[in-house]
Design a protein around this ligand. Structure first.
Ligand code: ARG
Length: 465
């Protein structure tokens, strides 16, 4: 007999029980569900809707159920439909009809919204913590490579020399934005929907603020109809998660390319690579590739959730039950990818020589020659044209920029002087770009300081500071 079985004259078809059940997924929410019930029971006591003894009996039975599920001693029955019913049934089995009082002034609609919000709040903090760990690895690598020069690319063609620190700090900037997005998402998730009941609120004298306080929510949801049908907080999380995956995937792609023999910029540690079952020489960047690949799942989670929501009339519709698949998948994927990326980066060996060799000799410093002429009063467009011709001449003559003499330069513009020859050094080029946010040494030092400050502040929010 179902807990809602009163108006039915036939049992649910077995196939329908299977089809509609969310228990295999939402049993993962048991802790939050029971915490919500404990808070709700205490509030019903305070509101005079249960006696103190009734509250005690219900709460102690709920604690027993919590221990049983945690200890894997709980008998889940697919016929219970979902975690809320499974727990309520177990409660009634333990304390008798008194257990039926717990569902006063609440419904599974507000329960599931609360459980998921509470679960997600915790998951966001875990993910934010893993993100910070990755940022620390990036920062350490950046600090160790303040002077390591490599080509910066546009269109994957060598463009201008940059320091590796600057390249890594670009990812740092992305992950800092991700951190802020997660924090904002946490704040939106932090609204307590219990007490919305099925959709319209209740005439019983409940105290929603008390339940919110008990559960550590900073506020209560404002409209009962919105509260049971709103999944914006989940969309926001999935969108933040998808953006993190974009960043991880782009970084993963760079590591794949950089670790190829053609680039040879880095060597990934043996412990973070895998071999081939047929080609004995292979050492493959599978971890990076999987991170890149798993981004697709999380984009799918976001798209799927948007699609589930788009045609739903107010308020709760069973379609919403699909939400858990996407939430758990995104949480689990991030929980796997963030530490994998951190570990892979921490163990990567940088080949400074290969990077420097790629930064010199391929005209990555051409803009520096044009800027030199600009300092002599030449309009930038003219300087660009002149240096373009110089590059073409070098290519025709089979020369690269380190071969250039002052006489060569002066053939193109007499305003080139001795000091222009220093421009062939990619380190000089990169070091000089100290415009705010540039790759110059002072700019890098400022970026590192700023990132450290932001991380420290963020860790305070995480409760680690
Ligand atoms: N298992 C449901 C879900 O996950 C809980 C709410 C069900 N409410 C209902 N009236 N069937 O969305």
């Amino acid at each position: 007999m179902k807990l809602w079985g009163g108006r039915f004259s036939k049992p649910t078809d077995k196939s329908v029980e299977q089809f509609t059940s969310s228990l295999l997924l939402d049993r993962r929410l048991y802790r939050e569900d029971i915490e919500g019930s404990l808070a709700h029971a205490k509030m019903l006591g305070a509101a005079g809707l249960m006696t103190a003894e009734e509250v005690d009996a219900i709460c102690s039975a709920l604690m027993d159920i919590m221990r049983e599920i945690a200890g894997d001693e709980f008998d889940f029955d697919i016929g219970d439909e979902d975690i809320h019913m499974a727990i309520e049934r177990a409660l009634i089995d333990k304390v008798g009809p008194l257990g039926g009082k717990l569902h006063t002034a609440r419904s599974r609609n507000d329960q599931v919204a609360m459980d998921m919000r509470l679960h997600l709040k915790r998951a966001i903090k875990d993910i934010a913590g893993a993100l910070v760990e990755l940022e620390k690895v990036l920062l350490a690598l950046a600090e160790a490579n303040r002077e390591t020069v490599l080509p910066g690319y546009t269109h994957l063609q060598r463009a201008q020399p940059v320091f590796l620190a600057h390249h890594l700090l670009a990812y740092m900037a992305m992950f800092r934005r991700d951190g802020r997005r997660l924090r904002h998402c946490y704040e939106e998730t932090d609204a307590m929907p219990l007490g919305s009941a099925a959709l319209a609120g209740t005439a019983l004298a409940i105290d929603r603020a008390m339940v919110a306080k008990e559960l550590g929510f900073s506020k209560i949801s404002e409209n009962s109809m919105d509260a049971v049908s709103d999944r914006d907080w989940l969309l926001q999380f999935l969108s933040a998660a998808a953006t993190i995956m974009v960043h991880l995937s782009r970084l993963a792609e760079e590591l794949v390319v950089w670790s190829s023999a053609e680039f040879g910029f880095i060597e990934l540690d043996d412990s973070y690579t895998t071999g081939s079952s047929i080609m004995p020489q292979k050492k493959n960047p599978d971890v990076a590739e999987l991170i890149r690949g798993k981004s697709g799942r999380v984009f799918g989670d976001l798209t799927a959730m948007l699609t589930v929501l788009k045609g739903l009339p107010l308020t709760y519709n069973r379609d919403l039950q699909e939400d858990k698949t996407f939430m758990f998948d995104a949480i689990d994927t991030l929980a796997g990818c963030l530490p994998a990326m951190a570990g892979m980066l921490a163990g990567a060996k940088v080949d400074k020589g290969r990077m420097a060799a790629a930064a010199g000799g391929g005209f990555a410093v051409a803009t520096d020659f044009a800027d030199y002429l600009v300092t002599k009063g030449v309009p930038f467009r003219t300087a660009h044209e002149t240096v373009g011709k110089l590059v073409k001449w070098c290519l025709d003559e089979g020369k690269t920029e380190p071969d250039l003499t002052l006489a060569d330069l002066q053939k193109f513009d007499s305003r080139f002087k001795d000091d222009a020859l220093k421009l062939v050094d990619p380190i000089t080029s990169a070091a000089s770009r100290n415009s705010a946010g540039g790759t110059g040494n002072e700019s890098i030092a400022a970026q590192i300081e700023k990132a450290k400050g932001q991380i420290a502040e963020y860790e305070k929010w995480l409760g680690r500071g």
